[in-house]
Design a protein around this ligand. Structure first.
Ligand SMILES: O=C(O)CCC(=O)C(=O)O
Ligand SMILES: [Fe+2]
Length: 183
């Protein structure tokens, strides 16, 4: 039997699956990301293109060799019967005061999934930094808190946004996004 989600949220026909404890070395990723070269190049959606946020891209060829990708595949296989392949992987960085704008990760009918890893060595509920998911009528339908090594897998058509960490959080918030398309 594969990994089971810690919990699942249904938003209309779409789903958000939260997995914990699939990797043990989130703190190592956090340390490595502290040395990575981020560029302020990412745009959430065209209308907010003047507000860019910080990202660093991962090479897909190297991603495929990594245990974090194997863990992602197992989680995806636990919730979906069809195969998916990654087409992009990158890490978002946000600190207090940053804004990560609301967006969707794919168009209706594309069937993409997003696998989003919280790569922190610790997290405190007072630090905020949730990923929030919206219903069709723009209500918050689910909010997922960062936790070291937590993975959230969701349908790319769900509107969502990362929230920045609060003023009492002195660490960057890193989320590692793997965008997956049906094969
Ligand atoms: O950092 C987050 O919580 C959300 C990131 C995201 O939505 C994305 O990279 O597409
Ligand atoms: Fe997204």
């Amino acid at each position: 039997m594969g990994p089971q989600p810690s919990f699942t949220h249904s938003i209309g026909e779409q789903s958000v699956y939260v997995f914990d404890s699939l990797i043990a070395n989130a703190g190592e990723y956090f340390q490595a990301l502290n040395q990575a070269a981020f560029t302020r190049t990412e745009v959430a959606r065209p209308e907010v293109a003047q507000h860019r946020h910080w990202v660093t891209e991962s090479r897909l060829e190297s991603l495929l060799q990594q245990p974090i990708y194997a863990a992602t595949q197992k989680a995806v296989a636990a919730v979906r019967s069809r195969p998916y392949r990654p087409y992009r992987a990158y890490t978002n960085a946000a600190a207090y005061g940053d804004v990560l704008f609301t967006h969707v990760d794919c168009l209706p009918g594309q069937g993409d999934l997003t696998a989003l890893w919280y790569l922190c060595d610790e997290w405190n509920v007072e630090w905020g930094g949730e990923t929030v998911f919206f219903s069709e009528d723009d209500e918050i339908a689910a909010a997922v808190l960062p936790k070291p090594g937590r993975l959230v897998v969701f349908d790319g058509t769900i509107k969502h946004a990362g929230r920045p960490p609060s003023r009492v959080c002195y660490k960057p918030r890193y989320t590692f996004a793997i965008k997956l398309e049906p094969v």
